[in-house]
Design a protein around this ligand. Structure first.
Ligand code: F6R
Length: 608
């Protein structure tokens, strides 16, 4: 979604702003803009609909300043256009604002400001902020005071950065529901909505909390609350490598991230397997064995693929620990006045740690006294900070909009949690060893699947031609089918529907025809015979079948098959999912889609 960058220091701000915006492109956007100022005074603003490259081409040669802000916009109020792109300025052209989030009372503020003489040039909610800050600025008012006073009138969510050409020695940033991170440099300071814009310049970062503001100068910063109370924030170190933000020679980030999975899984497992007691060490849970024994139920919450990873997690917890577990979309949970139980463990899943619906669900649980763990990739993110404890994925940054390596690492984190839980309950040491051994073998198994990429690419090109595809799986296979269908539709725009294999004959069998092929998950487990019967039912209706299986079914039951290595039954779903990622990727490539930035989607959905 929208991205913010800001710079203050001795160097030319514009170069950093354009480079930082390019780093944020993966989040999805439709226009971009920058504003700079400096000691020589005056505010320069340049905005362009389209790509950051279009903006860079539009920036005049003499567009220089030592203090600046930049933005990539994903339209919410008003169409994508030069006028609606940020930064927005006040009438006098002194103040410039960039904003992520939504101002809910924008119309009311706009009417009031217009009555007081403000002239609006865009349809955005953000422009009211520029006029509002100007309305609170006087000869002797510090910029930070004006911003703080302006925000008192605002209802909604925001991450903002503000500059004033009359005070080029500072940038003011504020956060309420939309992330802002400060980057600490040597005699220079940065700010952004996402650390990926900063890591090339600094690893020392400070995450603002909701309701906080900061005044940022070249030599430091001060953080304070909406009621002007100074708060002290210690910097933390980002451990992501700069190279992790490049495509590394792959054609797309998505392909790189699919291929990074063996290493990502190794990192998620690193230091967490206890072979002696055949269990997992999860230091960040902040729950001892006695507290864990008191848990009667596990409720997992996430959105999109994080929710499907949670479904696989719930299955693992039920199977290994025999504790009832269920995954629900956080976006639904937060609106239904959920009953929060003292003996339920709530687990929030989020790659970005910034998804607004998931964050709101966590806040609702905590407000009602529930205990929440986070399964999160981004260290220090809002959800990670809001939770009582959790498991970091350490999968490395995920740039492509579609989640792949974070999905896989999330399932690994759940396998560790289920193993830990299981060994506290009734999972035998022998079964614990069985799972530990299987987890250690997973990176090798994933590599074996990735080696089949060329064959999968051929199949993808063949199946991509259809208007739609059915994905089916039974019990453990059903979340795999859901995630497979999600991946295909989001990046290839081919319609895909997922069904439990057992439900096919209760309705969707009517759809089966040569024009609607089925991707069937057919693991070699206790349900194999049932799955083969379902394949027979599809073939009897002239449906085409692509099986993902541990051994090739009879040619009468499947037209094609991708064979995956066998793990333990509880962990098989994770491996069955990998070919579906490659299938979706190659289908999208065959159809000429914008693989890393699919239309209408953003990497992290930080608005309601
Ligand atoms: C799908 C996808 C989305 C995200 C969802 C949650 O490939 O990427 O469905 O999984 O928006 O995002 P996070 O995990 O950042 O909370």
């Amino acid at each position: 979604m929208c991205g913010i960058v800001a710079y203050i220091g001795p160097k030319d701000a514009t170069a950093f702003l354009l480079e930082g915006l390019a780093r944020l492109e993966y989040r999805g956007y439709d226009s971009a803009g920058v504003a700079v100022t400096g000691k020589s005074g005056g505010l320069k603003v340049c905005k362009a609909k389209g790509r950051v490259a279009d903006l860079a081409a539009a920036v005049p040669a003499r567009f220089k300043g030592t203090t600046g802000i930049g933005h990539t916009r994903w339209a919410t109020h008003g169409e994508p256009s030069d006028a609606n792109a940020h930064p927005h300025t006040d009438n006098a052209g002194n103040i410039a604002v960039v904003h992520n989030g939504i101002i809910e009372n924008a119309e009311e503020l706009r009417a009031r400001l217009t009555a007081d003489g403000a002239v609006f040039h865009s349809e955005t909610d953000t422009e009211v902020l520029a006029h509002l800050v100007a309305a609170h600025t006087g000869e002797d008012t510090e910029l930070e005071e004006a911003v703080r006073a302006a925000l008192k009138h605002v209802v909604g969510t925001y991450g903002i950065a503000v500059v004033d050409a009359r005070r080029p020695d500072r940038i003011v940033v504020a956060r309420n529901g939309s992330p802002i991170v400060l980057g600490l440099g040597e005699k220079e300071m940065f700010a952004a909505s996402d650390v990926s814009a900063l890591v090339r310049y600094t690893r020392q970062v400070v995450h603002l909390e909701d309701g906080e503001l900061a005044v940022v100068r070249a030599d430091g910063f001060r953080t304070f609350t909406e009621d002007a109370r100074t708060v002290t924030r210690q910097p933390s170190t980002v451990d992501w490598e700069v190279g992790a933000f490049d495509t590394g020679g792959y054609e797309h980030y998505l392909l790189k991230e699919i291929h990074e999975q063996p290493a990502a899984v190794e990192r998620t497992l690193s230091g967490r397997l206890d072979e002696r007691f055949a269990t997992a060490h999860l230091g960040g849970l902040n729950l001892d064995a006695r507290e864990l024994r008191e848990i009667r139920r596990v409720k997992i919450l996430g959105c999109g693929s994080a929710y499907y990873a949670g479904e696989m997690g719930a299955q693992l917890i039920e199977e290994l620990a025999r504790i009832p577990a269920h995954s629900e979309p956080a976006s639904e949970f937060r609106y239904r006045n959920p009953v929060i139980e003292a003996d339920t463990l709530y687990v929030a899943v989020s790659q970005s740690g910034e998804t607004y619906d998931t964050l709101a669900a966590v806040q609702e649980i905590k407000r009602k006294g529930g205990r929440v763990l986070g399964v999160v990739n981004t260290v220090g993110s809002a959800i990670a900070r809001e939770c009582d404890g959790g498991i970091y994925l350490h999968a490395g940054p995920e740039i492509s909009v579609a989640s792949t390596k974070a999905f896989t690492s999330t399932v690994i984190a759940f396998a560790l949690l289920a193993l830990h839980f299981g060994r506290i309950h009734d999972l035998s040491p022998a079964d614990g060893r069985r799972i530990v051994g299987a987890l250690k073998a997973l990176p090798g198994h994933i590599r074996q699947i990735l080696e089949q990429q060329d064959a999968i690419a051929k199949l993808a090109a063949e199946y991509a031609d259809n208007a739609g595809m059915m994905f089916i799986g039974r019990v453990r296979g059903y979340p795999v089918a859901r995630e497979g269908a999600q991946k295909l539709k989001e990046i290839s725009y081919v319609h895909a529907e997922a069904y439990p294999a057992s439900e096919l004959k209760h309705g969707p069998l009517a759809l089966i025809s040569p024009e609607l092929p089925t991707v069937a998950l057919v693991p070699d487990d206790e349900l194999l015979d049932k799955n083969l019967t379902t394949l027979g039912e599809i073939k009897a209706r002239s449906g085409r079948v692509l099986a993902i299986a541990h051994r090739e079914p009879d040619a009468k039951l499947a037209d094609h098959c991708i064979v995956v290595p066998k793990s333990e039954p509880e962990l098989d779903p994770l491996l069955l999912n990998i070919p579906l990622q490659l299938l979706a990727y190659h289908a999208a490539v065959a159809l000429g889609r914008d693989v890393d930035k699919p239309r209408n989607l953003a990497k992290s959905v930080t608005v309601e």
